[in-house]
Design a protein around this ligand. Structure first.
Ligand SMILES: Nc1c(C(=O)O)ncn1[C@@H]1O[C@H](COP(=O)(O)O)[C@@H](O)[C@H]1O
Length: 162
């Protein structure tokens, strides 16, 4: 469904973040938003980070979702090197349950924004929905799919617990 050149890039600091970030990829897949997923780490692969962040706009990427845990510098460093919207997902860490990730991502200095989502799977899901909302501003067909997705979600909520 999501064919064509990727418009959203989902980047994550480690393979271990995929369990969380795949929730975002699944939403983009359902909505038919072309996307790509990459492992990029500010700490472990700094050169890969620079070439990704500096080249993303020229490659046709329109929104970047960046997920990382612990000392989560990835989203902020990506944002420092691109004007594209960057949505940050704090991945839940074992030691501090993701509070470290959240605080590392959310407290950006004025001038370099990262739109920070909730810790964990819900954050990854919502980052993908926000990315789709941004793209839908200039894509009426995607806008219709997004509204249909929201309607289906509403319809799936039972009136009473079973
Ligand atoms: N926070 C970052 C960055 C970064 O910010 O660039 N690179 C890796 N990491 C994080 O280290 C955690 C543990 O990684 P490992 O599981 O590979 O040891 C992951 O949640 C990853 O996002």
């Amino acid at each position: 469904m999501s064919e064509g050149a990727p418009k959203v890039a989902i980047v994550m600091g480690s393979q271990s973040d995929w369990e969380t970030m795949q929730n975002g990829a699944a939403v983009l897949e359902k909505l038919g938003v072309a996307h790509e997923c990459r492992i990029v780490s500010a700490h472990r692969t700094p050169d890969r980070l620079v070439s990704f962040a500096k080249g993303a706009a020229a490659e046709g990427i329109q929104v970047i979702i960046a997920g990382a845990g612990g000392a989560a510098h990835l989203p902020g460093m990506v944002a420092a090197m691109t004007h594209l919207p960057v949505l940050g997902v704090p991945v839940q860490s074992k030691a501090l349950k993701g509070m470290d990730s959240l605080l590392s991502i959310v407290q950006m200095p004025g001038g370099i924004p990262v739109g920070t989502l909730a810790i964990g799977a819900a954050g990854a899901t919502n980052a993908a929905l926000l990315a789709a909302s941004i793209l839908a501003l200039s894509d009426p067909a995607l806008s219709e799919r997004l509204v249909a997705w929201r309607t289906a979600q509403t319809d799936s909520v039972a009136q009473r617990p079973v």
